[in-house]
Design a protein around this ligand. Structure first.
Ligand code: GLY
Length: 367
């Protein structure tokens, strides 16, 4: 990457996925004088180490589930009596979204934790595990941009993480102006986002970039499930559909240390993203399937089709990943946005294509 950047001399680099963040692209580029948006690898530990995140939250009195960090089967055995079932087991390291298991019984929790610890399940990423109390409620994705000191909140969204219908990452997401009210947004800034940024600064790992707070809205109040140190996928697609100010300007402000609360202006529309995945995903899937209907789908009112796992050959698009397209639509009402997104999905086809049919369905029921 340094060799590439040397050649093209970038005006701005936005470091997206977690792996380049962990590998230290931000500090390496910044050291060489290239303007770079994102946290350093030390700050990105909030995502790259689940045990770091949990201990950090505890040190700074930020609400999160009860947990135990285990490096051995003996520690798992000793910790399990302190938990009620179900129990959440998380691999400490990065596991491409596959490092979390919800065990219904203590036996299952013990088996999964030991499989992770042995390295058989997830390799090095599972050499340490975090056992966690299972939280009930609605999930909420709350993202802010920070300059290391101040934060600018984005509108909140909800991700739909499983592949099958009927359950609430990453097969779809939605956002509406009423997903949380202003009072809740201010609470989340005051009690979660700002304390995280202040805590990281106090610990000498200033947090710049996007901080994604994955929350559970429980009866005991909002609690942190996880952090991502980047834009979330697929929340970002509908969130940015509602953005009316300049994202680039907010990124420049983060780099220059002049983030302010009002950096983002939003429309009062709702927006929905439905992910179309390859046949077999999240398991093994075949790539190279020809995609049709993209142009027709994109003509729908308020619709934008974001490419994720595609490649272009001779003016045609082919699948090249598990999560292929983020079909996103915006409208004044959530119901219309949902309808537009699904109408667009119906126009797109490729061999094995599948998507959830219930994105935002629970929110529509509540209205
Ligand atoms: N939506 C969760 C993630 O981006 O990891």
């Amino acid at each position: 990457m340094v060799a590439l950047a040397n050649r093209i001399q970038p005006d701005l680099t936005i470091v997206g996925p977690e792996l380049p963040l962990m590998l230290g692209v931000v500090e390496e580029f910044t050291r060489r004088g290239w303007r770079t948006f994102g946290p350093t690898s030390a700050a990105a530990q909030l995502e790259t180490s689940k045990s770091f995140a949990k201990e950090f939250l505890q040190r700074h009195h930020i609400p999160t589930a009860h947990y135990a960090i285990c490096d051995s089967s003996e520690q798992v055995r000793d910790a399990l009596p302190h938990f009620h079932t179900p129990i959440v087991i998380k691999a400490d390291g990065l596991a491409a979204g596959k490092g979390v298991v919800i065990a219904k019984t203590k036996d299952e929790a013990s088996t999964v934790a030991n499989e992770m610890l042995s390295g058989r399940m997830l390799g090095e990423a599972g050499s340490r595990v975090v056992l966690e109390e299972f939280l009930e409620g609605d999930e909420l994705s709350f993202l802010v941009v920070s300059d290391g000191e101040r934060v600018a909140p984005l509108v909140a969204a909800q991700d739909h993480k499983r592949v099958g219908d009927g359950d609430t990452g990453g097969m779809g997401a939605y956002t509406t102006p009423t997903i949380i009210d202003d009072q809740m947004r201010d609470w989340l800034v005051a009690h979660i986002a700002r304390p995280v940024v202040a805590g990281m600064k106090a610990e000498g790992a200033e947090y710049k970039g996007v901080l994604y707070c994955g929350l559970m809205m429980t009866a005991r109040g909002p609690m942190v499930l996880e952090f991502n140190c980047r834009f979330g996928d697929p929340e970002t697609q509908p969130v940015l559909m509602r953005l009316e100010s300049d994202l680039l300007e907010a990124m420049e402000a983060s780099i220059d240390g002049r983030t302010s609360d009002g950096d983002f202006k939003w429309s009062n529309d709702a927006a929905v993203c439905v992910v179309i995945a390859s046949g077999g995903y999240p398991g093994a899937y075949e790539a190279g399937k020809k995609i049709t209907g993209l142009e027709d789908a994109a003509k729908g009112e308020g619709v934008r089709v974001f490419h994720a796992g595609t490649s272009k050959r001779d003016d045609a698009f082919y699948t090249s990943g598990g999560r292929v397209l983020g079909v996103t639509a915006r409208a004044a009402e959530l119901e219309t946005a949902v309808q537009r997104a699904y109408e667009a999905c119906a126009k797109i086809s490729f061999d094995g294509a599948h998507y959830r049919k219930d994105i935002a369905a629970r929110a529509l029921k509540k209205d």
